[in-house]
Ligand binder design. Sequence first.
Ligand SMILES: [Zn+2]
Length: 215
Amino acid sequence: MVRHGRSLVAALLLGGLVCLLSACSKEPPPPLSRDEIFRQRLELPALYLTAKTHKRVIAPMSKGMFVDAETGEICWPALACNNPDCPGRKAGEPFVFIEPDAGSYVKPDGSIGYDPARAAAERVVGPCPQCAKIRDPRTETNAQRQQYISWVRPYVLPETAERMKQLDEELHRRVLFERRQPTPPAEDKSPAVDGPQPTRADPATRPDKARTTKG
Ligand SMILES: [Zn+2]
């Protein structure tokens, strides 16, 4: 801990010196780590809807399906149909819906159960229930069918879309930042090894060759 603190002080002093030398050119802070970027991405808010009361619930993207304590209903991740001719479009906004799995139900203890018999009883019409009204499966080509499927994507809240864009840029910065980093010097603090040392002429047997950098 002390050693860490000391190296931190050294780094700060060095940083100050570099800053003085470069006349304090405005260097942006180092980018977030990859782990932090992915963690933040999973925590971004997403829209969930319940099937019966159509309640809107905002929860982290990574939550999946869960039970809403107030209504006792399952919250499903919202989907959006991006078909420009979707009959469900309102004011230019894509139709937002959910695809509840009929096999899933809330058990008396509040957890989510699954009943394959219930799932089999319900046949899903198509990817978007509104587009299903204007589609004719008898004349539809395979390409058209695929197009309808590809129009349906997870609904992304505007603020989440904005933040995702920033995190993408941050990840890009991170990649460039990592490329600029010199390979860290081998911190070999182990005592000298007894016995014959590998010769310089044979780099393949040198132990530092086997070292890999993490990350
Ligand atoms: Zn649609």
